[in-house]
Design a protein around this ligand. Structure first.
Ligand code: MTE
Length: 324
């Protein structure tokens, strides 16, 4: 990605191959739910990776519905340490290893989200209230960063639609946008104005209400590590990773298309839609192929990140070269 002072080398994933175990400093926190319960994907990933989630000290999430067949990517799940030590979270620095190193200062508990704009029931809601009515589910999704690296992660969360409906968006609500926490003490990267904080992202309402869109509160059977967006983040698997905003504190319904961070910074490089599309190159690199974290060879990138059957109809009226 491109912001002042960021070296081009940061768009490569060279760090994946380094031993970063000593840098692992997971933030402990986020009391979300309690109790017990199996998580097949987490066990699977832990078994092949000795630095797996079981060692993280993070709270296990329980009573989680295992991923249904259609929510279970066929690809091999990425190693826990790749998914948690190679991150983009500019609030903690612009280097790939900065978030794992610095995010211990984030306090994901207590947490609440303000909901406003075109909603019949706006207000401030505690995270526990958001999670209470719906059983958490596992979703094993491919995740493709605009920088051409990718991973497969067993997220745990709840459908975004279930949450949004509770605030009764009005008939004028055509878009929904999200904001990350602003707090220079907890997020030292915000002392530099690499982004006009807060980090902002948004979706069209039909995208937000699509069953594949989730709010994630965990991964690999446990609550989210701070560097992955604790305590609650968006996951939209058919879009480039920058849409999947972390550590959300505000949800806003609007009639007009919202401003979003990367689109504001470089509209010619990062579109509002940001659907994964191997046919539309980034101005500075090809999007035809991607490197899965942990792999040496690149693999072809799939249209809509492999979710075209489910989501392509959302864009039947859109020129995807123009609205990229
Ligand atoms: N959310 C916030 N608040 N700040 C960020 O810098 N980076 C985005 C997205 N969400 C980012 C963010 C980008 S560019 C990517 S690729 C993903 O988070 C990375 O998610 P991960 O670190 O869990 O792999």
């Amino acid at each position: 990605m491109k912001t002042p002072g960021i070296a081009a080398s940061e768009i490569t994933d060279e760090g994946v191959f380094m031993n970063r175990r000593n840098l692992l400093r997971l933030g402990v926190g986020a009391a979300i739910g309690a109790a017990i319960g199996g998580c097949p994907a987490a066990e699977e990933a832990g078994a092949k990776d000795d630095s797996g989630s079981a060692d993280s000290g993070l709270r296990p999430l329980t009573d989680v519905e295992p991923a249904r067949a259609r929510h279970r990517a066929d690809d091999e799940i990425s190693r826990y340490r790749d998914a948690t030590e190679y991150n983009n979270f500019y609030e903690f620095g612009t280097g790939k290893r900065d978030p794992a190193h610095n995010a211990h200062s984030l306090k994901p508990e207590p947490w609440s989200i303000v909901v406003d704009g075109e909603a019949g029931k706006p207000g401030r809601v505690a995270l526990e209230e958001i999670l209470k009515p719906t059983r958490l589910e596992e979703r094993i999704y491919r995740f493709r960063c605009v920088e051409a690296w990718s991973m497969v992660v067993p997220w745990i969360g709840l459908p975004l639609a279930d949450v949004l409906k509770r605030f009764e968006p009005t008939s004028k609500a055509r878009y929904v946008s999200f904001e990350t926490l602003v707090d220079r003490e907890q997020m030292p990267g915000q002392r530099r104005r690499v982004i006009d904080w807060p980090y902002r992202e948004g979706l069209r309402m039909d995208e937000a209400m699509h069953p594949l869109s989730i709010l994630a509160v965990g991964m690999y059977g446990r609550v989210l590590p701070n560097q992955n967006g604790a305590p609650i983040r968006l996951i939209v698997p058919w879009k480039y990773g920058f849409k999947s905003i972390k550590s959300i504190v505000r949800i806003h319904f609007s009639e007009s298309q919202p401003n979003t961070s990367w689109n504001d910074l470089a509209a010619d490089e990062y579109g509002f839609y940001a659907n994964v599309n191997p046919e539309v190159d980034h101005p500075r690199w090809s999007q035809a192929r991607e490197r899965r974290l942990g792999d040496f060879r690149k693999r072809p990138t799939l249209p809509f990140n492999g979710y075209a059957d489910e989501v392509a109809t959302l864009y039947s009226k859109l020129n995807l070269r123009r609205f990229f």
